[in-house]
Design a protein around this ligand. Sequence first.
Ligand SMILES: [Zn+2]
Length: 59
Amino acid sequence: MTVLRRSLPSPFGCRWCGIARRSHGRQWIASQGWHAWEQPTNAQILARMRARRAAPKES
Ligand SMILES: [Zn+2]
């Protein structure tokens, strides 16, 4: 299965769901329930940047 870059969370997206702060509002996910945007950890940011670099470019 190919993961496209646009389907990956933004490096600075919410630590729980990956949605960017400006479009976050309140979101619901199973593990956290309703939550407001929260800053990702440095390790999360780095891992997301690596994942984006590894993902193929969109054609
Ligand atoms: Zn979130």
